[in-house]
Design a protein around this ligand. Structure first.
Ligand SMILES: Cc1cc2nc3c(=O)[nH]c(=O)nc-3n(C[C@H](O)[C@H](O)[C@H](O)COP(=O)(O)OP(=O)(O)OC[C@H]3O[C@@H](n4cnc5c(N)ncnc54)[C@H](O)[C@@H]3O)c2cc1C
Length: 400
């Protein structure tokens, strides 16, 4: 089904819009003028999500560069402003995939943890909370059918393996036994409000670079970025777009594909858990914010055909699934206030991409649903590749 979501059967309410955008910082954001006409720059960054904003930070740290940054919509109009807000050290790369060298797992873990530290230092506890996250084999409560019971059995074994690998590698991990059930707790993970992160970083970046919102890029060639209302002539171009990267740079379509993920937000409820959870191989996930709202997503595996699309509107079936996840977490149905979807980039091996797509044009993306920290790590590597010719580390070299 590809139609937009109409009404919630469980709540009877009509809900749309991005839950995070209820934050007062969103209407207070002054906005950035669209690019009109032609301009020159040393570097043009396409995409002002978490990754593009990290690229701008890396470029500013070098000093003396004339940098232009562009986004098709508002800052973090894509997944970077619409996600679960889970800051997961290590990202989506498998810990037990034998084809991934242990050194890569550790290096990515180290770099993402460093990125988390940077973010916490830059934006403080108002944006980033070091709560840790809980990983569950299955959703809270008894299994509802045989499929769920089998999934839980397999996921329990996977979690035990994951726990053992983490311990062997010296990565922090604990048992979790709490209101959500049993699982593991990853104490070095954190949660954030993604819109606050993006607007906070953009405010800082605007002091060092010329930033333009509502400036869709229509074509990228070596030295030239064409936009709807103008163009940027730039020696180097960094494309920091996760979802729809294959549409913007079709030559990458064999390496990365666009997938739709969905979430909803509820009215505030009493405190249920702290930080964030993920369950069923991370297919379902969510956090409870300080106001008590539940911001929950999931269901991609249950409705796989609906997810393989570049459309970014919520659908009835997936939203129905997420309502069920909320019900399991809260112990009852909770009125839904917002429903939304966004595009992300997936690779077949779960490794991100950082690649020279054309002469002087470096692209990063393909974070397989876990780009809040890996994206910025990849974007910094993209800057090094574009400006110094430094090859990216192998955890950023998806080959499948
Ligand atoms: C529902 C959902 C839940 C998620 N939950 C989590 C989570 O909890 N933890 C986690 O780590 N990851 C999560 N992710 C994944 C994560 O959000 C992304 O991997 C990450 O935000 C990617 O950031 P980015 O800056 O690389 O790309 P994007 O967020 O895709 O940003 C790219 C920017 O480029 C702009 N853009 C796109 N095309 C053009 C164009 N042609 N011209 C100009 N600008 C353009 C977009 O408007 C956008 O602002 C989730 C994603 C979704 C959708």
């Amino acid at each position: 089904m590809t139609s937009g979501y109409a009404a919630s059967a469980a709540t009877g309410s009509l809900a749309s819009g991005v839950g995070w955008d209820a934050d007062p910082r969103v209407p207070a954001w002054p906005g950035l003028a669209p690019l009109r006409g032609e301009t020159r720059a040393d570097v043009c960054v396409v995409g002002l999500g978490g990754s593009g904003l990290a690229a701008l930070d890396e470029l500013a740290a070098r000093g003396g560069l004339d940098v232009v940054g562009l986004d098709a919509g508002r800052v973090a109009a894509g997944a970077a402003g619409r996600n679960g807000g889970i800051l997961s050290c290590g990202g989506a790369m498998s810990l037990s995939d034998p084809s991934v060298p242990v050194e890569s797992v550790l290096a990515l873990h180290r770099e993402t943890a460093r990125e988390l530290g940077r973010l916490a230092d830059a934006l403080g506890p108002d944006v980033v909370q070091p709560t840790g996250t809980v990983v569950l084999a299955g959703l809270p409560g008894p299994d509802r059918d045989e499929r769920e019971a089998l999934e839980r059995e397999r996921a329990t074994a996977d979690l035990a393996r994951d726990r053992a690998v983490r311990e062997a590698l010296g990565l922090p991990v604990e048992d979790y036994d709490g209101p959500l059930g049993h699982g593991i707790r990853l104490p070095d993970n954190a949660v954030m409000n993604p819109v606050r992160r993006a607007l906070g970083l953009a405010k800082r970046a605007a002091g060092d670079a010329r930033l333009h919102e509502h400036t869709p890029v229509t074509a990228i060639r070596p030295g030239v970025v064409e936009t709807e209302g103008g163009r940027v002539l730039a020696d180097r171009v960094i494309v920091a777009v996760d979802g729809r990267l294959d549409l913007l740079l079709p030559r990458l379509s064999g390496l990365v594909r666009t997938v739709r993920l969905q979430m909803l937000a509820t009215e505030p409820v009493e405190p249920l858990f702290s930080g964030a959870f993920s369950a069923r191989d991370h297919f379902d996930y969510g956090q409870q914010d300080r106001e008590g709202r539940l911001l929950v997503g999931g269901g991609r595996d249950r409705f796989a055909a609906e997810s393989e699309t570049a459309e970014a509107v919520p659908t009835e079936t997936v939203q129905g699934w997420i309502e069920q996840v909320v019900e399991r977490v809260a112990g009852r149905p909770v009125p839904v206030t917002h429903r939304w979807a966004a595009s992300v980039g997936f690779t077949d091996d779960g490794r991100a991409l950082c690649i020279e797509a054309d002469e002087g044009v470096v692209a990063c993306g393909g974070y397989s649903g876990s780009g809040n920290l890996v994206g910025p790590v990849a974007a910094r590597a993209a800057v090094r590749l574009a400006l110094d010719g430094t090859p990216p580390p192998d955890y950023l070299r998806s080959t499948r």
